[in-house]
Design a protein around this ligand. Sequence first.
Ligand SMILES: NC(=O)c1ccc[n+]([C@@H]2O[C@H](COP(=O)([O-])OP(=O)(O)OC[C@H]3O[C@@H](n4cnc5c(N)ncnc54)[C@H](OP(=O)(O)O)[C@@H]3O)[C@@H](O)[C@H]2O)c1
Length: 235
Amino acid sequence: MASSREQRWSLKGMTALVTGGTRGIGYSIVEELAGFGATIHTCSRNQKEIDERLEEWKGKGYNVSGSVCDLLVKEQREDLMKIVSSIFDGKLNILINNAGITLIKDASEHTTEDYTFIMGMNFQSPFHLSQLSHPLLKASGDASVVFISSVSGVTALPSMSVYAASKGAINQLTKNLACEWAKDNIRTNTVAPWGVNTTILNNVRSLQSLRNTLTISFLKFQTLTLAFSHFSNYI
Ligand SMILES: NC(=O)c1ccc[n+]([C@@H]2O[C@H](COP(=O)([O-])OP(=O)(O)OC[C@H]3O[C@@H](n4cnc5c(N)ncnc54)[C@H](OP(=O)(O)O)[C@@H]3O)[C@@H](O)[C@H]2O)c1
């Protein structure tokens, strides 16, 4: 018989979409949610990496599917949601808007392309995905949206102006969606991590010395707590 802890901390019967689940923070979130019994769909741009992860998760007894999607492309986001709707029968309990990119550069050096890329990936894409998910989240009757923003979205860090602005925009969006969608039984929250040792830091030389001191466990705890939580705490 399941213990009261297992009953209380269970996501059995819940469905989740975790963007960018093949590596880093998204990978850990998939593992954590799947470990609590959720059925998950994830996406990234790399079919080979998706296949490897799915095989690994199958071996652990996790119920995870995955498909290729470049989240920067509107049509691919729409196709992703059609897949999710089809495999989850039009209902989604948890949307984790995790996938994102970073750019460390002085403000005066940012190009128009840098701006479009960062805002497209870190703000436009999760916003549009949330919009597309709304009917499915509402249909589930008990839903939670969790964005992964960043500490840089609430405090000024060097050479992160546009990245920080994209994450600050997510923080504010979180508050607006939490108010707008509460009536549909959809909670909306954000986890704002400090540095986490993942592949996103591969190209950020100034952060290399920090890498070994970084940990993912507290972050996993935060994200999971928000996915379970019956409140909107925002950030
Ligand atoms: N790591 C940190 O220090 C840190 C700190 C604060 C906030 N964050 C935030 O946490 C989130 C996750 O970061 P992370 O460090 O785990 O990054 P990561 O290790 O680089 O992993 C990113 C994941 O997103 C996928 N992805 C990237 N671009 C994509 C696209 N255009 N379409 C679909 N999937 C895409 C990647 O797969 P493919 O590349 O194969 O597509 C990968 O699965 C991001 O929003 C980031 O801004 C990270």
